[in-house]
Design a protein around this ligand. Sequence first.
Ligand SMILES: [Ca+2]
Ligand SMILES: [Ca+2]
Ligand SMILES: [Ca+2]
Ligand SMILES: [Ca+2]
Length: 313
Amino acid sequence: MKIFIKNQQSKSYFRKNANIALNKIIKFKTIIIVISIVIFICSKGYSENITPDQYENNNGDNSIECANRLHIAITKNIPHLHNFHTRTDEDWFVFYGIKNIIYKIAVIVETLESSCNAVIEIYDIEHSQLVYWDRAIEGKDEIFFWTECIKDDLYFIRLTHSEDSPFGSNTAYDIRLYLDVAPFNGDIKGKVLDIYSLKSITYGKIKTNEGFTAVSMPEIDEDYFIYEHRTGCFQLFAEAQGYISWSEPVDVLETIPTNKDIYMHPDFDDDNRISLRDVIIALKVLSGNAIAKHRNINGIETVIGIMIKIGNQ
Ligand SMILES: [Ca+2]
Ligand SMILES: [Ca+2]
Ligand SMILES: [Ca+2]
Ligand SMILES: [Ca+2]
């Protein structure tokens, strides 16, 4: 009997010690987990309350395909305010680059204590990367002079945040794109429209013979805006996929922006002229016997308009 009681006592003692040891292990593990989370949060700069910048609405600006919110003005004087609200945030922009012109891309941090650490990339129309630039450290402006624009075309800027720096709060920045020359006083602006449907044309490439450019995007007031141009008489050019190239002279004034609307003729076979082939293609598409290559066959009015144009040639 004595032996039995002793065994029971030693078992109970063992259980008690085991429970104490188990509780200590659990507490130790909990402390380790909490410390790990704190270290993770501190190292990653996690922030709960960061508000995404205004360009993140709807489908956002996180890919090269987000066509409607990418346009960036080529001027030092119009700020584009953004931030990196998540680690995976990407902010994309498009501009019309001209061969041999030097462009300055400046990502300017908003505060002295900024955590912003931008990485600048440039892509061509085929989505090939041309530039990767990450020289400035956290909290400093990232500035890149692009001296290697080798042809007149659309180019895309991708901005991301360096993995080495905290994202989220305090990553506000202002991107500016401008020519590396002293600005002039003239501005040119206007609509870029399909001559038949009067719909605005997206991604039209607008330039002057001085090498100043804009990309057309349907906006509230204007489709395109060329800033800080020399004053005087110049030639204005427009190109857009599915349209005949357009050109007219324009007088650029110093006092007020010059308004110049651009009306473009559809070109369905991409030969940059209007012919019966365009009529045939349009009729085939409208009758359901062909798939439109471009989205600018808006109805029989387009076909009639093209035929009248051919008749007047
Ligand atoms: Ca953003
Ligand atoms: Ca974004
Ligand atoms: Ca950087
Ligand atoms: Ca044609």
